[in-house]
Design a protein around this ligand. Structure first.
Ligand code: CA
Length: 229
């Protein structure tokens, strides 16, 4: 059974989310404090985390960052303020999705299911092939979802990893931002194609010697990007 961790200090909201998710067949654990949520997220195995932004102890920004340093599982961040969502999205903390409160519990369930299916697909298909992609100094281990550049491991968020892997698996093919957005962010309602540009920039900072003169991910002006081999 898939396990979900809800880190949310408003108990009524947390309980409602838990009820709906349990009805959909998930096992759910709630933590009402940020510090407790963070230690539980890091010490136990979960398949997805629903993370509130404003929390006592440690806030959602910090929790998302800390989890991302160690795990690639989907994180859905929720906040009562639309402005906060825009802000955290801009920070590129590595959350997979963002929701503004109040939202309907069934909307949450739908998104949870979509992210889990997507994650299973990635992890599952990669486990079968036990795939390792090696292109010059870059080594992408799809099973472990780890990337090394000249032997040095680099931390990637879930979406950065997905985007890099997709491009590396389809080298020399030019993709438009729209195509990449559809491929990697399959929930139409979230974000926009500027997200692709932001993620490409982050990836380049990690894999390129000089981001201004990229050797791997090339910008084809007016068209999009390609992974050069
Ligand atoms: Ca809160």
């Amino acid at each position: 059974m898939s396990r979900i961790l809800i880190i949310e200090d408003e108990e009524a909201i947390a309980d409602l989310e838990k009820d709906y998710l349990e009805l959909s067949g998930f096992e759910v654990e709630i933590k009402n404090r940020g510090d407790e949520g963070l230690s539980t997220a890091l010490s136990e195995e979960f398949d997805l985390i629903v993370l509130d932004l404003m929390l006592p102890g440690v806030d959602g920004f910090e929790i998302c960052k800390k989890i991302r340093e160690e795990k690639n599982i989907p994180i859905i961040m929720v906040s009562a303020k639309k402005d906060d969502i825009d802000k955290i999205r801009g920070l590129g903390l590595g959350a997979d999705d963002y929701m503004t409160k109040p939202f309907s519990p069934s909307e949450l369930v739908a998104r949870v299911k979509a992210h889990m299916a997507r994650y299973d697909r990635l992890v599952g298909s990669n486990a079968k092939n036990n795939d390792i992609i090696e292109i010059r100094g870059i080594r992408i281990d799809k099973t472990a979802r780890r990337v090394t550049v000249d032997g040095v491991e680099k931390a990637f968020t879930g979406k950065e990893f997905d985007l890099l892997t997709f491009l590396a698996e389809n080298p020399n093919h030019v993709y438009t931002k729209e195509e990449l957005f559809r491929e990697i962010w399959d929930m139409d309602s979230i974000g926009d194609i500027a997200t692709v540009t932001v993620h490409i920039k982050k990836i380049r900072e990690k894999i390129e010697y000089d981001s201004a003169k990229p050797q791997y991910i090339e910008t084809i002006w007016g068209v999009g990007y390609r992974f050069k081999v």
